[in-house]
Design a protein around this ligand. Structure first.
Ligand code: F0G
Length: 405
């Protein structure tokens, strides 16, 4: 018997057709309602006999773990970043480094569940639009599952490492004229015509896997609830997934309060932050999103309204950071903590720095920044912002001269 139902997030209707991505009744967003009754008498420790990772939390996942398509996703480190905390004048800061997932981003958490579900449905071709990471992840999981994969990428705006991954794993890569929002509109049309099974985060199974990052953080902190969790916001599903995980932990009685969920957007792509500033529950799309953090270069975030709900109902916050602040935070994390994240991921740390300097985050808050992707995905953003290598003749004298300069 199934442990979940798909329902409309807007009108509450049950949705039976597994191929639709919006409510057939009202056009609203979909979500999964888990049946968590069995967990109510249990404790987090009851799941700890399984290795840390997405599938440790199988009772919270809407797929039978027997059918899982897995490449050992999740189980990423939670670093206590004391040098970063000191730099920002705070007592305790952590970085959850999602760049150590199999394809180098948090997307693998959603994809293991999404592709497992697609396999249960018998889908032959899966597809997605992407700023890069989703396509890299889907391509890998489709390969593992033996499915065909089509990815729709905004032409010329995908970081090199991500494009290389999608090609490498054998996906059909379509370079679409336009930005991510245009590519997603095309992928959605293809899905509506049943030419592919869509695995963007509008598919309600994807965020279910992404909930696991929160379950892991709680396990790694031994259920000491952090005061705040900071995430970059692009298409806005991940912050929603973290919120949904919190609501489920509260439902089973494992937590009694929630961290303030804090979303960070790039200044040139900030519809959710603008909505937050005007205290609105809906956002106005940004027609020409622009930022060096190409992963979050999105003007019309599908889950924008869900993200705003997550932020408002946890007493959280949402703000923007500039490209300069993003690069500076990326370098700070590298130079102080030995952690290399991509620009979009550094937005969370840039946001922490900004909100700390504005006094919105207090020095004694326990803060977790989720750093969503690996820096090696986007080598250009690193090379272009570091001093170049120094030319050295093959001699000790020349090497010494350079080292002492
Ligand atoms: N960080 C990284 C590294 C991402 O790749 C993304 C989204 C986000 C943050 C934002 O997460 O969309 O759930 O708010 N990347 C998508 C992609 C859009 O296609 O790879 P979100």
């Amino acid at each position: 018997m199934s442990n979940h139902r798909v329902v409309c997030w807007d009108c509450g209707a049950d949705v039976a057709d597994p191929y639709v991505n919006v409510c057939p009744e009202c056009g609203g967003l979909l979500t999964v309602k888990m049946d968590l009754e069995e967990l109510k008498g249990k404790r987090p420790a009851d799941l700890r006999s399984r290795p840390i990772g997405v599938w440790r939390y199988y009772p919270f996942m809407p797929v039978d773990p027997e059918h899982k398509v897995s490449i050992q996703e999740g189980g990423t480190p939670l670093y206590r970043t004391d040098a970063l905390a000191k730099e920002l004048g705070m007592k305790e800061a952590y970085v959850k480094f999602e760049g150590l997932n199999p394809t180098g981003s948090f997307k693998d958490r959603g994809m293991t569940v999404g592709v497992s579900h697609a396999k249960e449905l018998g889908a032959g071709t899966v597809g997605c639009a992407s700023t890069g990471n989703t396509s890299a992840s889907l391509a890998a999981y489709a390969a593992k599952a033996g499915m065909k994969c089509a990815v729709f990428l905004p032409s010329g705006k995908v970081a090199m490492g991500k494009l290389a991954q999608a090609l490498f794993f054998g996906a059909k890569v379509l370079s679409v004229d336009g930005n991510f929002d245009d590519a997603l509109a095309l992928a959605r049309k293809m899905a509506d015509e049943r030419k592919l099974y869509l695995l963007n985060s509008i598919n309600p199974y994807r965020p279910e896997g992404q909930k696991s990052v929160l379950f892991e953080i709680m396990d790694q902190l031994d259920y000491c609830i952090p005061d705040r969790i900071i995430l970059p916001v692009g298409n806005a599903a991940n912050i929603w997934a973290v919120y949904k995980a919190l609501t489920e932990l509260r439902e089973v009685g494992w937590i009694d309060r929630m961290p303030r969920l804090t979303g960070i957007q790039a200044e040139g792509s900030a519809p959710v932050a603008s909505a937050f500033r005007s205290k609105s529950e809906d956002f106005v799309p940004e027609p020409n999103p622009e930022t060096i953090a190409t992963a979050i270069r999105i003007g019309n975030p599908v889950s924008g309204r869900k993200a705003l709900r997550a932020i408002y109902s946890t007493g959280g916050f949402c703000t923007t950071v500039t490209d300069e602040e993003i690069i500076s935070a990326q370098q700070l994390l590298g130079r102080k903590e030995g952690v290399c994240v991509e620009p979009a991921s550094a937005a969370s740390v840039a946001g922490l720095r900004k909100l700390r300097s504005e006094g919105i985050i207090q020095e004694d808050e326990r803060v977790v920044c989720i750093c969503t992707g690996n820096g090696l995905k986007d080598p250009d953003s690193i090379i272009n912002n570091c001093a170049p290598p120094v030319r050295c003749r093959n001699s000790v004298e020349d090497a010494e001269r350079i080292l002492s300069s």
